[in-house]
Design a binder for this molecule. Structure first.
Ligand SMILES: *Cc1c(COP(=O)(O)O)cnc(C)c1O
Length: 352
């Protein structure tokens, strides 16, 4: 079957009609890769849902295809969003495809190089705010409300409708079974809300017999849900989850509680360890935020959270591609070694 994106594939579960113009870059259909090393370490079957392979390099595309399709259907000429980076990259690309304008408000100096390049090259109007993401979101909500501009942050319900298709795909890729545990990073908490919605709708439609326990991880310096309070100045190297006051806080807690799951936190050191582990052992290059879930299950594994040999299935969503943040990759690896153009010198360096 030829793939035409998530709207064509999961149309019956989405708020689109026959006359909705489908704005798509053929997002979705991302690989679910078995992780031998994580499975050996934890004693359960761990699969990696590689969302960095979406058209703009993150899961945001699943939401953006629906948000932009509905915006165009409603006659919008301009969309706006606040972003830690990936939302702006995705909104810029889908707006370009739709032929409408896009404004993005980013925290000044706080978004990764790849993401900034994307927003700029797709022709969005990029405004760098003196303030963090939470402030930027507050400002665009106000501007959208006052000036009738379509907001495409995850407070737009169409975003979550699109993102819930990630759960459908996981179940389809596991041959009509839901995983026992679903693991992911949590920032603004839209995606954990969306996945739980997806699993619940698939379950209700009889496509799967069970639903997973939802397990989310925040970074220690940006863990408002874990700590139970707004973090005024969130800090973490994982810029995509550097959020102190998540818009979908309540629904993330509902996903956690209804599923019998948990939301925990991991340190930046643990995130970077998992980041290097995924790249070096599994051949999967992700951005730092994406490694938070893997860091989290490694931590849970040490506390014997998973029953070794139980046959349980764990799916970890790897939310964004490693090329988004090349500075981080270079900073966490050894520099290339210079060699003169002589065979003996090259061989000497290889053997060293
Ligand atoms: C947006 C994003 C997240 C956080 O998702 P929320 O829906 O905000 O919780 C995590 N990782 C990456 C790479 C992202 O782009």
């Amino acid at each position: 079957m030829i793939w035409h994106g998530i709207i064509e594939k999961y149309r019956e579960f989405l708020p689109v009609g026959p006359r909705t113009p489908v704005v798509t870059l053929n997002e979705g259909n991302t690989p679910l890769v078995f992780s031998k090393h994580l499975s050996d370490i934890l004693g359960v079957a761990v699969h990696l849902k590689c969302e960095g392979l979406n058209p703009t390099g993150s899961f945001k595309d699943r939401g953006m295809t629906v948000a932009l399709s509905k915006a165009v259907e409603a006659g919008a000429r301009l969309v706006i969003c606040a972003s830690t980076g990936n939302t702006s990259a995705s909104a810029a690309a889908y707006s370009a495809k739709a032929g409408i304008g896009c404004v993005v408000l980013i925290p000044r100096g706080a978004i990764a190089l790849g993401k900034l390049s994307q927003a700029l090259v797709h022709g969005a109007k990029v405004l760098a705010l003196d303030g963090n993401f939470d402030k930027a979101l507050q400002m665009v909500r106000e501007i959208a409300r006052r000036h009738g501009i379509t907001l495409v942050n995850s407070v737009n319900p169409y975003r979550l409708d699109g993102q819930k298709t990630g759960a459908f795909e996981v179940c389809d890729q596991l041959d009509g079974r839901a995983p026992d545990f679903h693991v992911m990073p949590v920032g603004n908490a839209g995606n954990i809300t969306a996945y739980w919605k997806g699993y619940t709708e698939y379950h209700r439609a009889g496509r799967v017999k069970t639903r997973p326990r939802m397990i989310g991880f925040q970074a220690e310096g940006a863990a408002p849900i874990v700590r139970g309070k707004i973090i005024a100045r969130p800090v973490t190297i994982a810029s995509a989850i550097r959020i102190g006051n998540p818009a979908s806080w309540k629904s993330a807690e509902a996903a956690r509680d209804e599923s019998g799951g948990l939301i925990g936190m991991v340190s930046d050191r643990e995130i970077l360890e998992a980041y290097r582990f995924l790249a070096a052992k599994e051949g999967v290059f992700v951005e730092p935020a994406s490694a938070a879930g893997v860091a989290g299950i490694l931590k849970l594994g040490k506390k014997k959270f998973f029953r070794r040999g139980s046959g349980a299935t764990v799916v970890c969503v790897l939310t964004g591609h490693g090329l988004k943040d090349p500075d981080r990759a270079l900073a966490s690896a050894k520099k290339p070694k210079g060699v003169p153009a002589r065979l003996e010198s090259i061989m000497k360096a290889i053997r060293a």
